[in-house]
Write a protein that binds this ligand. Structure first.
Ligand code: GDP
Ligand code: IMO
Ligand code: MG
Length: 432
């Protein structure tokens, strides 16, 4: 399979980093195609933990090339810090191993300042963004005033673009939000340095990816966030500002749609959400606290506690359709161990009795939705050492069978612990 895409089916944090790290060994290149450092992807290898925000999760495999596509918004300071952190832990990320699209838009200091100022101004109605400047950066891209990686290499152009942007942004920051103004010359000097540091990494990533494919190479596209955070298909406005759906791998990296083969959908065995927004299966009781504690559900990027709830198959089934998912990767199954019963949300019901099979666009309608649950027996056996289907307890297998039927897609792998090794591979074609 030349091109495989990994996406989240829920609201992010499904364990994409773990799966991309695992499958990264089988491909030549690993590609991020949307989002930015709002993502926090965790890899655990031999008990050692790495959290990546911008660099693709294949970076721990020597000899693989990591690509940051044009669809990603890149905070250059964060990227450089991440490269340095990895180097400090013995993972070399030279220009041959990490490529940055010249077309990728840069998150500039005013993007972060505006993100934070807006959230503050919204008060209780805040989206609960990661505060990394993601939304304002994508806004400027669409408004055609953005600064791209290529601009770092043209100092005079960079200086004039920064000055032009800041003239407007400082007006908003100071007059509308009562925040301090930013200094154009200081930002220019800082970015000149970033340009010098990143110059050898910056190139035509789309051309590089297509050359690699034409030479018979294979790619793994690493989605960030999740289907229901998609700006078009998610629970708008409680979404991110990009399209985490699998189809964006093409636009966000510059490969043709006919290149894509497998699409793997990551499903956490329960549901979590960080920040605001509707959440039909949310648990605010003891069961929710159990999932949060056992699953260590604290944001990898902001450290915020993640809201927890039962697995919502309305959400997952919709993600299967929207992404064209060919295989499911179920993660964190071990977290459910010890519960007397486990629940699956199989549909939504409105007060009128009407049943829904998809998340409605209207937040008012969504707020009225009650989850329709199927309850199943739990299991108490420790499954973190299981490596085959047969080693899972019968109640656990029954839960997975039901989940597969409700999702309408086959199970490709099951994850029973954070470590790369704690995995049951069911789709043998993924074995490389
Ligand atoms: P991502 O954003 O989708 O890459 O997910 P995160 O890294 O933000 O969050 C997933 C968390 O669950 C990380 O701390 C992972 O180490 C951890 N994790 C992944 N798979 C499993 C699993 O099967 N079991 C357990 N217990 N933890 C897992
Ligand atoms: P990974 O890739 C979970 C959420 C934020 C907020 C909303 C908008 O680790 O799964 P933004 O900063 O993007 O404008 O915030 O999206 N969010 C995520 N939640 N995992 C993520 O990434 C997320 N990236 C953004 O919490 O609700
Ligand atoms: Mg995450």
């Amino acid at each position: 399979m030349a091109c495989m895409v990994v996406v989240g089916t829920q609201w992010g944090d499904e364990g994409k980093g773990k799966v991309v790290d695992l499958l990264g060994e089988r491909v030549d290149g690993i590609v991020r195609f949307q989002g930015g450092n709002n993502a926090g992807h965790t890899l655990v290898v031999g008990g050692e933990k790495f959290i990546l925000h911008l660099i693709p999760s294949g970076v721990l495999h020597p000899g693989k090339t990591c690509f940051i596509g044009n669809g990603v918004v890149v905070d250059p300071a964060v990227l450089i810090a991440e490269m340095d952190r990895l180097a400090g832990r013995g993972v070399a990320v030279g220009p041959d191993r990490l490529r940055l699209s010249e077309r990728a838009h840069l998150i500039m200091p005013w993007h972060q300042a505006l993100d934070l100022a807006r959230e503050k101004a919204k008060g209780g109605a805040a989206i609960g963004t990661t505060g990394r400047g993601i939304g304002p950066c994508y806004e400027d891209k669409a408004a055609r005033v953005g600064i791209r990686a290529a601009d770092l290499l043209e100092p005079e152009l960079l200086r004039s673009k920064i000055a032009a942007c800041l003239a407007e942004k400082n007006f908003w920051l100071t007059n509308y939000y009562q925040e301090p103004a930013l200094d154009a010359e200081m930002i220019y000097e800082l970015h000149l340095g970033f340009g010098r540091r990143l110059a050898a990494h910056i190139g035509d990533v789309a051309a590089e990816l297509n050359r690699l494919l034409e030479a018979g190479g294979s790619l793994l596209f690493e989605g960030a966030q999740g289907t229901h955070l998609d700006i078009d298909h998610g629970t708008y406005p409680y979404v991110t500002s990009s399209n985490p759906l699998a189809g964006s791998a093409c636009n966000g990296a510059g490969v043709g749609v006919t290149r894509l083969g497998k699409v793997l959908g990551l499903v956490k065995a329960y549901t979590t959400r960080v920040g605001g927004g509707p959440f039909v299966t949310e648990l605010t009781d003891e069961a929710g606290r159990y999932l949060q504690e056992r699953g260590a559900e604290f944001g990898s990027t902001t450290g915020r506690p993640r809201r927890c709830g039962w697995l919502d198959m309305v959400v997952v089934r919709q993600a299967v359709r929207l992404n064209g998912i060919t295989g499911l990767c179920l993660t964190k199954l071990d977290v459910l161990t010890g519960l007397d019963t486990v629940r699956l949300c199989v549909g939504y019901r409105l007060p009128t009795g009407e049943e829904l099979d998809a998340v409605p666009a209207s937040l008012a309608r969504l707020a009225q939705c009650q989850a329709v649950y199927q309850e199943m027996p739990g299991w108490s056996e420790d499954i973190s050492g299981a490596r085959t289907w047969e080693e899972l307890p019968p109640a656990c297998r029954a839960y997975l069978e039901r989940l597969r039927a409700l999702a309408g897609a086959p199970l490709a792998l099951v994850s029973v612990g954070p470590d790369r090794e704690q995995t049951i591979l069911l789709d043998r074609s993924l074995a490389g």
